[in-house]
Design a protein around this ligand. Structure first.
Ligand code: ATP
Ligand code: MG
Length: 740
């Protein structure tokens, strides 16, 4: 009883070699390809060396033989496949439409495939089954449904297990009998293997997590949700295990799900761990899409191992073996914390500590550079600064990744290019030597006498010069470095103008950026540095200005999402993700926009918490004039308007509220002024003595009210402020889990 068995349609697939809308014209076709979801599944099981067999029916024709020959060759027991006289083998004609969807002409229900029955060889096979796999695609007629039910009952009675892939076909969803059979089989299965897009029609749930739990509640012990190029997630009620897809070039997606199912079930039967089973399943799905034809992409373990190491190596080839690992959050994203406020940095470390994670802290070129930038810090000072905070809050230094942002001529763009680039080179050297791990090379801004943005190839050439400097920094002094390229972003420091609609990066632009940089890096003799490029900056439609947020629209970013599919090892880096709702952050990560930078939203949250505390102090102590901190901030901003004046140009009254409450949060430039540092210390000291009474937390820091009431927070000022910032970071850490 160690066989994996399946039942259902065995078909040939005949594929149009041109893209278009259906078949109402003469088109060139290729085929016949062996096909049918159960047949693909079982062929994949056989290729993994597992004893297996299929119950099915073909006609006495070449379309039948082409299938039987293939299945036999690959090791499938076909003794339970009937050769039906007088019926042709089932077939499916397929043509890809321009939007990637498929148009079919089927001949299945009236073909031999519709004649499925449990003959004595079929019953014998079922009695040898450790697993029976059923595909929802097979439930196309009442008689096949009856056969499937009987088979399931028999295998379960024998102590075997059942795996079920709904493989929902759009045209069957509206048939109540079909959906009933579908739900019944789902409920009697032990492993459910749905695709993400099937979850809502199957369960009515709005999120994958919710849907998975609803399915678990029906009966299955395991649910694995397949999500195409975004990988798959395993759920068993106690554990959620997301697995990234391998980076491959998709040629033909048909069969990926069946190969995935087969590899997952086979690995479990063979005693592999859930992690390994999932990894092999993802590899089987990934390899399947690289080959044209539904069954042509079934794989042996050797082929899967090869793909797994190659793809790991491509993501981290020799030159990349030493790349700094960027922190990955539980949701699969990477959060780049762009702030030099010590409390924000501390909040980031505390949030990461809470989940055993790492942090990525970034400094931008105007803020930190070889002259100190506006923060007064050299790159090495920034490293010391971050490490000192880590020391204070017990965060392991080896879990800190440091990034330099927009490293290029931008701070010196009033100078002629030659001079500005010389400055940029010494800046990059200083970042590299200080041990920064991730360098965003951005030479897109024009210098004196040049247009605001210079042409791509020239920007790439300048970026290559900067890469060459980073690569030649004395290795003793620098750690491993990775790079980010590309620049479809506002100038460092945020959008200078009010939003007027956001222009999305086009897929073509991404290709061009990659190609330009590859060529430029090669020409500059630093091809090695191109191998260390981990991300390309893109604009998927997220932005904010002083008063509005452009929320991510997944539909608009569909083309962009696919732009890196042929570029293993590259991610998208997204700037200005501040203030996106949790659901949008989640969608961004799930859509492959994984590296998310956030800055102003963190200092905004900090400011909000400090102003809340300011009012708490006013309520607690008459001698603390309410809003004393706000008044001090106002003084500092008026005394030195250079960080906000160019940004808030309206009437005086409007400028006044924008100074404090604008989403651009220009206040962040002022917190390090001694008078403000002293005022915040004074505020903390004042509240610290007696702590914050809970009603005041409820009144002035309302997002913390529940936790304060539940006794989950120490009602101390610093603690409360850190919590508010941590809350924002937690939303980022969870983005991608589908929980929002
Ligand atoms: P089918 O169309 O065969 O029914 P499905 O919807 O059941 O497919 P998918 O989610 O498309 O299944 O693919 C199954 C698995 O194969 C995915 O979870 C993923 O691991 C892998 N896979 C699919 N497409 C790709 C891709 N483009 N790149 C990498 N891996 C992929
Ligand atoms: Mg499927």
């Amino acid at each position: 009883m160690d066989k994996v068995v399946t039942l259902g349609e065995i078909l040939v697939e005949i594929v149009s070699s041109t893209v278009g809308d259906g078949f109402r014209e003469t088109v060139p076709m290729t085929g016949p390809y062996p096909s049918g979801a159960p047949a693909i599944f079982i062929d994949q099981v056989a290729k993994l060396g597992q004893p297996c067999g299929i119950i099915g029916a073909v006609g006495a024709d070449d379309f039948g033989w082409v299938n039987l020959d293939r299945l036999r060759r690959d090791g499938v027991d076909v003794a339970a496949v009937c050769v039906v006289a007088g019926r042709p083998t089932g077939s499916a004609f397929v043509r890809y439409a321009p939007d990637g969807s498929r148009r079919f002409v089927f001949n299945i229900a009236d073909s031999a495939a519709g004649q499925l029955s449990l003959t004595s060889p079929a019953l014998q096979l079922l009695d040898e089954a450790a697993y029976l796999h059923v595909s929802g695609a097979s439930l196309f007629s009442a008689s096949v449904v009856a056969v499937a039910r009987e088979a399931v009952d028999r295998v379960k009675a024998n102590g075997g297990l059942v795996s079920f892939d709904p493989n929902l076909r759009a045209e069957l969803i509206t048939e109540p009998a079909f959906m009933t059979a579908m739900r019944e089989l789902l409920a009697s299965s032990d492993i459910a293997l749905p695709s993400r897009e099937e979850l809502t029609p199957l369960t009515g749930a709005a999120t994958p997590v919710d849907a998975a739990h609803r399915i678990l509640a029906l009966g299955p012990d395991i649910v694995v949700v397949k999500d195409g190029s975004r990988g798959a997630t395993y759920y068993d009620g106690t554990r959620t295990l997301p697995m990234d897809a391998l980076k491959v070039t998709e040629v033909d997606p048909t069969g990926a799900g069946d190969c995935f199912d087969a590899a997952f079930v086979t690995c479990l039967v063979q005693g592999a761990s859930v992690e390994d089973s999932l990894a092999y399943a993802c590899a089987a799905g990934a390899r399947a899409v690289t080959l044209r034809g539904p069954m042509e992409g079934t794989s042996t373990f050797a082929q899967l191992d090869e793909l797994r190491t190659r793809s790991r190596r491509r993501a981290a080839p020799e030159a990349r073996a030493t790349l700094p690992p960027l922190p990955v959050t539980p949701g699969g994203g990477t959060t780049a914390v762009c702030s030099a406020h010590p409390l924000v940095v501390e909040a980031a470390m505390r949030e990461a500590l809470g989940r055993d994670g790492s942090v990525l802290i970034e400094a931008t070129c105007n803020q930190v550079n070889q002259y100190g930038g506006y923060s007064g810090m050299l790159p090495s000072d920034f490293v010391d600064f971050v490490h000192a905070i880590a020391g204070r809050c017990g965060f392991p230094v080896e879990r800190i990744c440091l990034g330099g942002d927009h490293l290029g001529p931008s701070p010196w763009r009033h100078l002629p290019a030659a001079q500005a680039m010389a400055e940029a080179e010494s800046m990059v050297a200083a970042f590299a030597e200080a041990g920064f791990h991730k360098l965003h090379l951005d030479a897109s801004m024009g210098c004196a006498g040049e247009p605001t943005y210079i042409p791509g190839p020239l920007a790439a050439e300048r970026a290559a010069r900067l890469a060459a400097v980073a690569e030649s920094a004395p290795p003793g002094q620098r750690g491993p470095v990775c790079y980010v390229i590309g620049t479809e972003v506002p100038t460092p420091g945020g959008a200078e103008h009010r939003l007027a609609g956001v222009e999305l990066t086009t897929a073509a632009r991404v290709q061009q950026t990659l190609e330009e940089h590859r060529a430029a890096f090669e020409a500059a003799g630093v091809a090695r540095a191109y191998d260390a490029v981990v991300a390309v900056v893109a604009q998927p439609g997220v932005e904010f200005d002083d008063r509005r947020v452009n929320v991510y629209d997944p539909g608009a970013a569909v083309a962009l999402r696919g732009a890196l599919s042929g570029h293993p090892g590259f991610s998208f880096e997204i700037h200005s993700t501040d203030y996106q709702p949790a659901g949008s952050l989640d969608a961004l990560v799930r859509d492959g926009f994984r590296l998310l930078k956030v800055g102003p939203a963190l200092t905004y949250a900090l400011r909000q918490a400090l102003y809340g505390l300011d009012r708490i102090a006013g309520a607690l102590q008459p001698e603390w004039a309410e809003r004393a901190l706000l008044a001090e901030v106002e003084r500092a901003m008026l005394a030195n308007p250079r960080h906000w004046q160019a940004h808030y140009r309206g009437p005086a009254a409007e400028q006044a509220w924008l100074r404090h409450f604008s989403l651009s949060d220009r206040v962040r430039y002022y917190w390090s002024e001694p008078a403000l540092v002293a005022k915040v210390d004074e505020l903390f000291a004042l509240v610290e003595g007696g702590g914050c009474p809970e009603p005041l937390v409820r009144e002035f820091l309302p997002t913390l009210a529940e936790r304060a009431a539940a006794g989950q927070l120490r009602l101390q000022p610093r603690e409360l402020v850190l919590q508010v910032v941590e809350d924002v970071l937690r939303t980022y850490a969870q983005a991608g889990l589908g929980a929002s």
